[in-house]
Design a protein around this ligand. Structure first.
Ligand SMILES: Cc1ncc(COP(=O)(O)O)c(C=O)c1O
Length: 484
């Protein structure tokens, strides 16, 4: 224990001391003179000691933020290329959203839905008009939004699709919820608590099939036929399809095919747009890329403008009214503070044309990233994305012992904050207000890391340590990533 604490402290001091690329002063002009008790190192130590190790953060402490810039307690400035997983699409501390928060906080913050308040009805009308659905069910976090949509799907299955309750609750039943693509739900839905439902995580299903029939690459027709096979009504009574991309862009026609199959077999299509929605991919919803209208849409993250958790489930009356008073709810869902912030957050996205901006800047950014790929064709396997929802996937063989996390540490040392996904992918999803020059700074920094830092890192980490080093958290020594 003592040894791992010492090595943690050594690592932290190295990381904190090495990071000295400053870009500007914090907006409020302080933060430079951090005392030992407010230093990055002390705060990281505190969190490590007193908080569960359920995350593996890049060691940077956010102390102030504005737009797409972050300052740590020492006053170092960084560019944010994560946007809190799309929660700050509008940029950090957007003045209009902050004003909505402050004004409402002085008037009324909570009524609970035991009573009415004067902001939620206005928000409900606003969001349903904006997305063209009859009704909204407000929640707080995205996880709650997903849970709500699944509950709604089950109720709809019993009531509207007329799945017999005994059949749906028998362990042999085949009512199935399909979670399509690589998604976040695995983290939120504990299958142990869902004995009555079969969850098929699509990407895993594909992997199983690939293993069985020896295919090594995905291709659309194959996915389509599996989809058709999985949801044929003789096999299943009900299927709910959710998708939420982890920067996996479905092939053209995928969403439309899902929509068509759902309509054909009376299946509820649920789109988890918590991360991809609200302008992130260059449209208000990612489904808009194929003019697909899901039966249920889940929104979250940027709905709260990065200020307060707000999530919402949108559906038409025939689905939404399956839930009756007392069957589902949340003390904080639809609270006046969240409602007012959400109205402002939606208005900012619309009025600042963030969807168009994301589309346009995304193309520019990918162009720059592709140039980096051309310079390092062996290292970068793929650059992919839509709008400002992008990822760079590295070639695990040529990356050798170095992981995406290691690359993110180097990016951070050079002033760019990004997050690894799995062992070989770096997500690049900046706030949608980021300037063209700042995006350029991001791609230039990636180039510098690959040119200057990567060779040194590869030398420092011996090849034979590869699978172990890249799967172990440098801080807590827990296994963080899958083995290669
Ligand atoms: C697609 C998707 N759905 C749901 C969630 C859960 O959202 P929250 O963390 O607000 O509970 C996430 C979080 O990253 C997500 O990416």
């Amino acid at each position: 224990m003592a040894t791992s604490k010492r090595s943690l402290q050594r690592l932290l001091s190295r990381v904190c001391m090495e990071t000295r690329r400053t870009y500007g002063v914090p907006p409020q002009g302080h933060g430079h003179k951090s005392s030992p008790l407010s230093s990055s190192q002390h705060l990281i130590n505190l969190e490590y000691e007193y908080s569960a190790h359920n995350y593996h953060p890049v060691p940077i402490v956010f102390s102030q933020a504005k737009g797409s810039s972050i300052w740590d307690p020492e006053g170092n400035k960084y560019l944010d290329f994560l946007s809190a997983y799309s929660a700050v699409n509008q940029g950090h501390c957007h003045p209009r959203i902050m004003k909505a928060l402050q004004d409402q906080a002085e008037k009324l913050t909570l009524s609970s839905r035991a009573f009415y308040n004067d902001r939620f009805p206005v928000f409900a009308e606003h969001i349903t008009n904006m997305f063209g659905y009859d009704m909204v069910l407000p929640m707080n976090t995205g996880a709650e939004g997903v849970e709500t949509a699944l509950k709604l799907a089950r109720k709809w299955g019993y009531e509207k699709k007329k799945i017999p309750i005994d059949e749906a609750s028998s362990s042999k039943q085949l009512s199935t919820i399909i979670l399509a693509m690589e998604i976040a739900h695995g983290m939120f839905i504990d299958q142990d608590y869902n004995h009555n439902w079969v969850f098929l995580v699509f990407s895993k299903l594909f992997i199983i099939f690939y293993l069985i029939i020896g295919l090594s690459t995905r291709f659309f027709e194959f996915e389509k036929s599996i989809l058709e096979w999985v949801i044929r009504p003789s096999l299943l009574k009900m299927v709910t399809i959710l998708f939420g991309w982890q920067v996996i862009i479905p092939p053209d026609g995928y969403l439309k095919t899902v929509r068509d199959l759902c309509s054909k077999y009376n299946i509820l299509m649920i789109a988890d747009e918590i991360q991809t929605g609200l302008a992130r991919t260059g449209k208000m919803l990612a489904c808009d890329w194929e003019q697909v209208r899901p039966d249920v849409v889940i929104l979250g993250k940027a709905l709260g403008g990065g200020v307060i958790p707000v999530s919402a489930v949108l559906a038409d009356k025939d689905v939404m009214l399956c839930i009756r008073p007392g069957e589902h709810g949340s003390t904080f869902g639809g609270n006046p503070l969240a409602s007012e912030v959400a109205i402002a957050s939606l208005d900012v996205i619309k009025e600042e044309g963030l969807a168009e901006r994301s589309d346009h800047l995304g193309q520019e950014f990918r162009h720059q990233l592709l140039k980096v790929q051309q310079q390092f064709p062996d290292i970068i396997k793929e650059v992919r994305g839509r709008g400002l929802f992008n990822a760079v996937e590295f070639n695990s063989k040529t990356l050798s012992s170095v992981s995406a996390y290691d690359i993110c540490l180097k990016l951070k040392e050079r002033g760019v904050l990004a997050k690894p996904t799995h062992d070989t992918i770096v997500r690049l999803t900046p706030p949608l207000c980021m300037s063209s020059d700042e995006l350029q700074e991001g791609s230039k920094t990636l180039h510098e890391v690959l040119e200057l830092d990567l060779p040194k890192m590869q030398k420092a980490k011996p090849e034979k340590m590869s699978s172990i080093a890249s799967t172990t958290c440098d801080l807590c020594k827990l296994l963080m990533f899958k083995l290669r």
